[in-house]
Design a protein around this ligand. Sequence first.
Ligand SMILES: *Cc1c(COP(=O)(O)O)cnc(C)c1O
Length: 377
Amino acid sequence: MAYDIPLFNLNFDEREAEAAAATIRSGWISTGPKCAELEKMFVDMFHVGYAVSVTNCTDALHLCCLVCGIGPGDEVLCPSLTFAASVNCIRYVGATPVFCDIVGPEHINIDPKDIERKITPRTKAIVVVHMAGFPAKMDEIMAIARKHNLKVIEDACHGPLSEYKGKKLGTIGDCASFSFFSNKNISTGEGGMFISNNKEMADRARLLRSHGMTTMSYQRAGGHATSYDIVELGYNFRLDDIRASIAIEQLKKLPGDLKTRIHVRERYLKGLSKVKGVIVPFADNTEFTSNYIMPIVLTDSTKEHRDAIREKIHAAGIQTSVHYPAIHKFSIYKDFNAVLPQTEYVTDNEITLPMYAALTDEQIDFIVKTVDQAING
Ligand SMILES: *Cc1c(COP(=O)(O)O)cnc(C)c1O
């Protein structure tokens, strides 16, 4: 069934279509000038030293783990309330994920206190996810990392241009990842970005992105090189210029799009503050954020109750989602036997409401009224 109000809509128009067509007509479609232009835009807009475009965020996370020197025998602290890729990347390099709890329904990011509790002599790094684009407690996390000599990887997929104390998310830890999957703030179908302020890490990510090759096809086609060496066991994680040209148009729109989302969020907050039985995570946030999604958490609830509420909201033509099914409950992670009470409550009682710039005030009010009636009606 098609919902009257979908969870997400693409902010696409002729500009993306024209950009893709122009790249196709240019005759160069694989990694080349458009990827370079996109990387330069990231460096400028995110105030970061280096940006390396990649096929998707999952590969960016894999690169983060590799350039942080994580390997077999290492433990990496990570949240469970996230998308599987934030944890799978740890296993790609042979290390062991150690799940940490979130703070609670008001702050659904990783809890620094649980991070500290779970540090062992084997701990090598922390993967931080900024849920919905709202910053994790980075001051505390960076202090712990410095104290124990740990690397910090930011999965900043939800938070392009989001800020923490004036710094862009993704520029606080050692390196970070962004996604351009269809439903993200920047959409190209598939795509992603690795960023870092560390030149060595960025150079190594660039090398590993393309088979560990010392030169790329585009350089050879331009006559800048005629041969190459393979110096490391690398991968093919390259973005193509067609998608990069779409990402460039998306990035140009991003500041305006996020400004409108702030209005959407404010209208939601105003309406939901009068709805009994609902907590809005990060309601007290005052920083600039991407508002990637609009999560709410039901109070005094159970999974069955939450699922029944979702059914009622769907019946009114409004699509919802859940962010996220907890990773530590999935078949491939359940034998880790993690016990995470706050994560378990939120995964069972969270509902993600529609969030995008094109939502009208009337639609937001209708969604709030529907949620209220579903819970309290
Ligand atoms: C979407 C997402 C990913 C994966 O991104 P892909 O580009 O699809 O690989 C990883 N982490 C988080 C938090 C995400 O939301």
